[in-house]
Design a protein around this ligand. Structure first.
Ligand SMILES: [Zn+2]
Length: 170
């Protein structure tokens, strides 16, 4: 759970709970400011090369020491496609080109701190993958390998689906 919003970010008055715009929200009785609890959006990428998928080991929580797809939060005003490409570059040094949209997963808990996860597919344009930034190891995962310990249920769901696709395409 997120901590409650106690004070108005516009005028500094104490916030109260009030039913508005279809649900209970924090509002400011002094200036009328409504605090909307916005979703956190992450963009992640299935980078595929020679029938292998690029995984990164996380140096930070949530999921420190566990494996996930390269990805991270979409900045305010940023195109999620640009965020996906940027995160792969920051975490692995690879320049990739997106090739499609795989899925948009939502809901709480399964995805770390994000409530919406947008997943793209991509191919490598240039570079050699090496761990950088908040990643301390990389792995090219093949469908015949056993899965490493994964950080998020969303990663597990996406990889399981990819593995199934590999079996059907052989
Ligand atoms: Zn206010």
């Amino acid at each position: 759970m997120k901590p409650p919003v106690n004070f108005c970010q516009v005028c500094g008055h104490a916030m109260i709970d009030q039913w508005t715009f279809g649900k209970q929200r924090r509002i400011c009785p002094a200036c009328g400011f409504v605090h909307f609890e916005d979703p956190k959006v992450a963009a992640v990428t299935l980078v595929e090369d020679q029938r292998r998928i690029l995984l990164v080991r996380r140096r930070m929580n949530p999921g420190r020491g566990l494996w996930s797809l390269p990805g991270g939060f979409v900045d305010y005003g940023e195109d999620p496609r640009e965020a996906a490409v940027r995160e792969v570059l920051e975490e692995t040094g690879l320049i990739v080109q997106l090739t499609g949209l795989i899925d948009i997963l939502g809901g709480a808990q399964q995805t770390g701190n994000a409530t919406i996860v947008i997943t793209y597919s991509a191919t490598v344009v240039s570079g050699a993958a090496a761990p950088q930034d908040d990643t301390d190891a990389i792995l090219w995962y093949s469908a015949v390998d056993s899965l490493p310990d994964l950080a998020f249920e969303s990663t597990h769901a996406l990889l399981t689906r990819w593995i199934e696709d590999q079996r059907h395409s052989t």
